[in-house]
Write a protein that binds this ligand. Structure first.
Ligand code: ADP
Ligand code: MG
Length: 556
């Protein structure tokens, strides 16, 4: 065979390893979650291959062996697809996965967040170095490989070695065996008791038997196949932790089953926390829904299943009609997957609508954190615009601070004579309430929706109308003050001090020719105001103004 080859880690891998081995003291236990999940992935691939290519001879399982006497060595093995020599070099020598990259980028943004991030996302295989002085990976790719087992080995510094496995390595005939030489401080984590605790926490739903020193630890439950009434809250939360890797408490879960037009079993979660804010990476996260067919994973975190705005949804969709041997490429443009995605999307929106009606408090609280995604949907997915509009909630001049209202509720409150839905874009409630543009609407008893987010104005432009009522910004509405209704103290005192036509014209001329010469197109007397002296009209929308301001500031 070939002699031992010594290779250097790529620079970013080196950096990650350095952080993993030297600065992460909390959440060390996630090392096991990462290794079990890798073993499970490898078994999933083997199961998939068995259904389409070569059958598996032994039962697929993950075996963990502790070394109770000394606590120095922990072995995690699987009889999954294994790795060839090249795969060992490529997969374990470079940062192959986006999760690890995101981890590093997250660190750049906030170095203190390291242990927080690892708890939620993990760093993949390299997590094994959090508890090990040395890690050996002995792998055999079986029929896919060159007939040999290979051993990858590293102490987690700058280099790793690759050599042919020897008899004493007891290599599997197919699969991977990871031998960890445990740091003396971490033996409590890798004792039988320590391993058992961590397995219960993270790996209860692994779809293959997990054996600890020969004893089966999990009951291999595919929770999404169960009836809603048979799903306990404890199992549900454990399952959510497993599929999402997140630690929040999702307020809603949807168990959706259908037998026509497709056979669907699904269990989906609506997180409490915005996963993109938790991540702190500032970027978009990927899909959180995995596609299965009859309990066999087809693809983890399937991109093309749900529209991008539903990327916050977590869980599993199992559809019997998807062929097992579907390739990654054909998955992308499969009509079947598209249809399935549409069915699930409609269901998700209907489900949220029901929750919004039955549990408005809970829904509104959820919306305050995650509503951004629905707004994004209005702007990006024409097909679901109307369903999404029903789900939007805003504060308004008629709600208390922090309380939200829907377009539907707004419409039900509209007084006679009001035929449009009015909104104002402002950074805060205080600024919205103080705006001169609000005065005319208020004088007429018209409610005005308060839009605080940058995206809201685009949402209104995409919707244009709701339930046949035009959506109009009070800035552009040109509403006159209703003389009778606004006959309060303020307007009376205004009347008393009102200028006659000639004096008014003179004042306008002074503004446009002297005081603000060249800065204005026209100055007019207006009926739009009650207590403010002046307002600017005919300008571009608020969001555009803010956008321009940022642009100007950036170029200064
Ligand atoms: P990820 O699992 O997200 O891809 P990891 O860092 O956990 O990232 O693993 C890197 C890669 O190493 C995996 O994608 C896989 O190709 C390979 N790998 C790790 N563990 C195993 C295993 N037990 N069997 C086969 N391949 C594995
Ligand atoms: Mg992994």
């Amino acid at each position: 065979g070939r002699a031992t080859e010594r290779l250097a880690f790529r620079a970013e891998t080196k950096r990650l390893l350095d952080i993993v081995t030297n600065s992460l003291y909390e959440d060390k236990e996630v090392y096991l979650r990462e290794l079990v999940s890798n073993a499970s992935d490898a078994l999933e691939k083997a199961r998939h291959a068995a259904l389409t290519e070569t059958p598996n001879e032994e039962e697929l399982a993950i075996k963990i062996a502790t070394d109770e006497g000394e606590g120095k060595v922990l072995v995690v093995s699987d009889n999954g697809v294994g790795m060839t020599r090249e795969e060992l070099m490529e997969n374990l020598g470079t940062i192959a996965r986006s999760g690890s990259k995101a981890f590093l980028e997250g660190l750049d943004a906030d170095a203190d967040a390291a242990s927080n991030i690892i708890g939620k996302f993990g760093v993949g295989f390299y997590a094994s170095f959090m508890v090990s002085d040395k890690v050996e990976v002995i792998s055999n790719a079986g029929a896919r490989g060159d007939g040999k087992a290979w051993k990858w080995s590293s102490t987690g510094d700058g280099e790793f070695t690759i050599e042919e496995a020897t008899e004493s390595d007891e290599a599997p005939t197919r699969g991977t065996k990871i031998v960890m030489h445990i740091k003396s401080d971490d033996k409590h984590l890798t004792s039988k008791w320590g391993v058992e605790t961590v397995l219960k926490k993270y790996s209860s739903f692994v779809a293959f038997p997990v054996l600890l020193n020969g004893h089966k630890m999990n009951d291999v439950g595919a929770l999404w196949m169960k009836d809603e009434k048979d799903i306990t809250d404890d199992d549900s939360i454990a399952f959510y932790r497993f599929v999402s890797g997140a630690s929040d408490m999702p307020p809603f879960r949807m168990s959706f089953k259908a037998d026509a037009p497709m056979t669907i079993r699904s269990l989906l979660y609506f997180p409490e926390e915005n996963p993109e804010r938790v991540a702190g990476f500032g970027g978009q996260t990927n899909s959180g829904v995995s596609l299965y067919a009859r309990r066999v994973m087809i693809q983890e975190k399937t991109e093309k299943l749900l529209p991008a705005f539903l990327r916050f949804v977590r869980g599993v969709v199992d559809c019997e009609d998807i062929p097992l041997n579907i390739s990654r490429e054909s998955l992308q443009d499969s009509m079947l997957v598209m249809r399935l995605g549409q069915i699930i999307t409609k269901r998700v929106l209907k489900f949220l609508d029901e929750k919004a009606k039955k549990e408005p408090e809970k829904y509104n609280k959820w919306f305050a954190n995650l509503g951004f995604f629905l707004k994004e949907g209005v702007c990006s997915e024409y097909a679901y615009k109307l369903e999404l509009a029903e789900l939007l909630r805003y504060e308004s001049s008629s709600t208390e601070t922090g309380k939200l209202t829907s377009f539907r509720e707004y419409a039900a409150r509209m007084p006679e004579g009001q035929d449009k839905v009015y909104y104002i874009v402002a950074p805060s409630r205080l600024q919205a309430e103080a705006s001169p543009y609000l005065e005319a609407a208020k004088s007429r008893g018209y409610e005005v929706l308060f839009l605080y987010a940058h995206i809201d104005e685009f949402v209104m432009q995409h919707l244009m109308s709701v339930a046949g009522k035009q959506l109009v910004s009070v800035e552009a509405a040109n509403l006159d003050v209703d003389g009778e209704k606004a006959d309060g103290e303020e307007s009376k005192s205004n009347d008393a001090a009102a200028l006659d036509d000639a004096a008014g014209a003179e004042l306008c001329k002074w503004f446009s020719d002297d005081a603000l010469a060249g800065k204005l197109k026209e100055v007019k007397l207006s009926n739009r105001l009650v207590s403010s002296p002046a307002l600017i009209s005919g300008h571009e929308p608020e969001a555009m103004r803010r956008y321009r301001m940022v642009q100007t500031m950036a170029s200064d």
